[in-house]
Design a binder for this molecule. Structure first.
Ligand code: ATP
Ligand code: MG
Length: 880
């Protein structure tokens, strides 16, 4: 290899460092602070604010090699991938930038010098384009760089004038193009720079941002013009390495070799296979880097682009005859090739491969079925001489089989089909309608009208139960019974009390309501549950244990402290568990539900695969480490906006008011939460995970116990272990070994028994031969044997069949309360006698029924005492 892609990348950055540029590392593929842009699609994205003068980066000249994806949004090259030799979904863009520092002169001079002197591209193969009105650039190329006039082409606004948006910075560009020669591309004599083929390859685009454009389209010169350039590393590498396709460079070599290896296909032998191999090579890089930058396959936005790319690659694997997940392995190859340049891939490797594997496996389940349907339908359409795929079919493939529409389009393109996209959209709308129709509310109980009325009449409760407060004095503001307000209550009555101020937590945010007592002059009300049907309305549900209660009575409220403590430990435990999950599994962990009560905690969250035992114990370790550090639990009330800015974890879909509470436990945990918590993490005592399971696609559940319950759990487990160990007369530590030994021994014994049974049967069969009688010239053996299971009986029957050679065998046996009958007729007698018929006749005699083939039949019955009769009956049957 003359020069590898890696050394070329480095030579570019070195060259510009030599010209006073600061080397800046690539930013992520998800653009920061720019929700309008789907993916980072050029080197300038991370410098946008520097260009606008909004950010001072501390340098005015920069050079970078930027990860880019052009597969969604404005720049979308997805359709080109695999078809052209120069377009990728993921590629690396080399660029040099000036923020009001140097301008056209140096940009052109350095660009030309780098290409013709540093990497030594032959000058005569290079062409340049300039914007039609940009005489300045034309002259620099022509006069200073000595590029002959016939290789400088003036171009229009569409290709050579760049704008950041409708208004704002903009300016002319100048492209450097490499002529790969007549042998590459379309081969038409009139092929020129405007042709879409691969011959005139654009390698570098220099943008001269020198104007500001206002709403009326008027251009005003910028006081400090900027330079923004972009050159695809893959294209540059191709021309330097003298190959006419990016895929023939060393940047793709290993992946292509790998795809060849697993598919058994050779690259360069067949046009269609080559396209598939290129698509897979390209897409493996894209999915690796997209997942590495935090995107997960989903049904919308960036996640859906990722899913589409991944599924398209999977389908091309299918075309190559690969029938199992393989992209995750391609990703490993990609990571091995790129990890020195992008070291973060190393720590993310196992995560990336897992995500890919799971998505591949999921798609494999429906891919075949979908392809089959598609094939049948297109065949039918072809017969009918139609070439548009109906919207309903496209929708079905999308909805039921997970085929993104562009994947379907890709599949049928070769057969000349297009999609009825309007029809598809209509189906999609209809589905949305249906979904809306089927929407039965969020699953919450409808708020009873009585509470709403009460609340709007101005009755409200203040909650004072944070910070460990569990007692308070207040006044009864309303009494409810069966949804109606009443004035007073008698002993024994079930009712709901509302007070002005309460320390009782009303069920919400997954935490159950408090229990306890309300006491007043001459009465006790036991609270069995507390609800919060309306914001600021706490309803204490319970029973009058003693005395009479009236609206307006003073009360003393006492929360059951032990239970509250247990609930708090579980709630704080949930936060700690979430922090530990993030630490072990990654930042994609998002809460999707939780339940916290006195007994245990349950936490549901987004995650794509089963959590291994090692991961679980790591999670448990980290959680308990946080507990032992005895971190103070700090709560803070602030505006929702401010809370979100601090990066506190919010629960997706949860409704938050304008002010929220943040619950913090050191550095590791910060969540928006209205629940009650322990004061220090040490109060949790111990957190023990009970199980982990899946509850829906992509949603896992962990159940755990804390504090006293955790201790009880550990003690019970130990108790069981001791019992089991006692049975083995071993210590708990030796138990596994002993059990293993015993199981092994049992297996050996079973084998031995089998062998002995076989021997016994062989011997018995010998003895039985003496009982053979001849009836009507047919050898008949009818007898009772001592074999208690049906399979062994059949095996024994087979042995006798071999011995008797020609004849009829009837065996009866007892197994407890049951009787078995087995009849065998050798093949040569099959025309005359049927085992099935014989069994049908005899089975009723033992209180059963049965049947089978003419050569073998069996029956079971409930009267083993009648076996002798049944066996004797055979002779009569045969002589009839
Ligand atoms: P093209 O017309 O070839 O698609 P472009 O005009 O979209 O290129 P620019 O937006 O100017 O390209 O990007 C700057 C450089 O980035 C290009 O000159 C090229 O070297 C590289 N580049 C652009 N798109 C891709 C892609 N999809 N795959 C690989 N390299 C690309
Ligand atoms: Mg383009």
């Amino acid at each position: 290899m003359v020069k590898t892609g890696n050394t070329i990348r480095e030579s570019f950055l070195k060259y510009f460092e030599g010209k006073g540029h600061t080397r800046v590392t690539s930013s992520a593929l998800i653009p920061k602070d720019d929700p309008t842009l789907m993916f980072t699609n050029s080197g300038m994205v991370q410098f946008k604010n520097a260009f606008l003068g909004l950010e001072n980066r501390g340098y005015t000249k920069a050079a970078s090699c930027q990860k880019c994806v052009r597969a969604g949004g404005k720049h979308n090259d997805l359709e080109n991938v695999g078809v052209t030799a120069r377009h990728h979904t993921f590629f690396e863009m080399l660029g040099n930038f000036s923020f009001g520092d140097y301008f056209k002169d140096d940009a052109i001079k350095w660009g030309w010098e780098y290409l013709t002197e540093t990497v030594k591209l032959p000058k005569e193969k290079l062409w340049v384009t300039v914007f039609q009105d940009d005489d300045e650039a034309y002259n620099i190329w022509n006069k200073k760089m000595k590029v002959p006039a016939d290789r400088i082409v003036r171009m229009g606004e569409k290709s050579n004038f760049w704008m950041m948006g409708e208004t704002g910075p903009c300016g002319p560009c100048s492209e450097i193009i490499y002529d790969q020669g007549e042998g590459t591309g379309c081969g038409r004599p009139e092929c020129d720079l405007d042709c879409g083929c691969d011959r005139y390859l654009e390698i570098w685009n220099l943008v001269f941002t020198q104007f500001n454009r206002d709403e009326n389209g008027k251009l005003t010169p910028l006081p400090k013009p900027n330079i923004d350039t972009g050159m695809g590393l893959e294209r540059l590498t191709a021309v330097i390495q003298g190959v006419n396709s990016n895929y023939d460079t060393d940047l793709f070599g290993d992946i292509i070799r790998f795809v060849e290896k697993i598919s058994g296909k050779i690259y360069g032998k067949d046009k269609d296979n080559d396209t598939s191999i290129r698509v897979i090579a390209d897409h493996s890089r894209a999915v690796t880097f997209l997942i590495g930058d935090g995107i997960l396959p989903s049904n919308e936005g960036r996640g859906y682009v990722l899913r589409r790319i991944l599924r398209r690659a999977a389908r091309h694997g299918k075309l190559l005859g690969i029938n199992k997940p393989f992209l995750y392995q391609c990703a490993e190859v990609v990571m091995n090739m790129m990890k020195d340049v992008y070291p973060d891939l190393k720590s993310k490797a196992s995560f990336i491969t897992k995500v890919i594997f799971n998505e591949e496996q999921r798609f494999m389940e429906t891919l075949d079925a979908g392809l089959r349907i598609l094939q049948e339908e297109t065949a039918a359409l072809k017969k009918a001489k139609k070439n548009v795929l109906p919207g309903a079919l496209v929708f079905k493939l999308y909805d039921t089989f997970g085929f993104p529409t562009d994947l379907t389009a890709d599949i049928v393109r070769r057969d000349g089909f297009t999609l009825d996209t309007a029809g598809f959209d209509a189906e999609m709308d209809q589905q949305r309608e249906r979904a809306r129709g089927a929407w039965k509310g969020s699953g919450e109980e409808a708020i009873a009208e009585c509470y709403l009325k009460l609340s709007s009449s101005g009755i409200a409760t203040d909650f004072c139960g944070y910070e460990g407060v569990t007692k308070a004095d207040s006044k009864i503001s309303a009494i409810f019974m069966d949804g109606k307000t009443i004035e007073s209550l008698e002993e024994g009555q079930l009712a709901e009390l509302i007070v002005e101020e309460t320390p009782f937590y009303g069920e919400s945010g997954g935490q159950v309501g408090d229990t306890g007592y309300l006491e007043g002059k001459g009465f006790i009300f036991a609270v069995q549950d507390t609800k919060k049907p309306v914001e600021k309305l706490f309803v204490h549900k319970g029973i009058v244990q003693k005395g009479k209660i009236k609206t307006g009575n003073k009360v003393h409220l006492i929360v059951d402290l032990e239970k509250r403590k247990a609930i708090q430990a579980n709630h704080s435990g949930t936060h700690i568990l979430q922090a530990a999950l993030k630490a072990v599994l990654g930042d994609h962990i998002k809460q999707s539900g939780s339940l916290v009560n006195t007994e245990r905690l349950r936490f549901d969250f987004s995650h794509f695969s089963k959590i291994s035992d090692e991961e679980l114990s790591r999670i448990e370790e980290i959680a308990n480490e946080m507990i032992r550090r005895n971190i103070a639990v700090v709560t803070e009330v602030c505006a929702l906006e401010d809370a979100l800015k601090t990066g506190a974890t919010a629960v997706f879909d949860e409704k938050y008011g304008q002010t929220v509470r943040i619950v913090k436990m050191g550095e590791m945990s910060m969540e928006l939460c209205g629940g009650t918590h322990v004061q220090r993490t040490g109060d949790i005592g111990l957190l023990k995970i009970l199980h982990e399971s899946a509850i829906a696609a992509g949603v896992r559940r962990i159940e755990a116990v804390t504090g006293k319950q955790a201790l009880i759990h550990v003690q019970q487990a130990e108790e069981e272990l001791k019992k089991a160990a006692g049975l083995f007369k071993a210590s708990p530590l030796e138990l596994a070994e002993r059990a293993e030994k015993l199981l092994k021994h049992t297996k050996e014994l079973e084998k031995e028994i089998e062998a002995l049974k076989g021997k016994l049967a062989a011997k018995d069969s010998g003895d039985l031969m003496s009982q053979i009688k001849e009836i009507n010239g047919v050898k008949v053996l009818a007898t009772e044997v001592n074999i208690s299971d049906a399979k062994t009986l059949r095996d024994f029957g087979d042995k006798l069949r071999d011995k008797i050679e020609s004849g009829i065998i009837l065996l009866g046996s007892k197994a407890g309360e049951k009787a078995f009958l087995l009849c065998i007729v050798t093949k040569d007698l099959a025309g005359k006698y049927s085992a099935g018929n014989i069994i049908k006749e005899l089975a009723p005699l033992v209180g059963g029924s049965g049947g089978g083939r003419p050569d073998m039949a069996q029956a079971g019955g409930t009267q083993p005492e009648n076996l002798g009769k049944a066996i004797a009956a055979l002779e009569k049957l045969l002589t009839k």
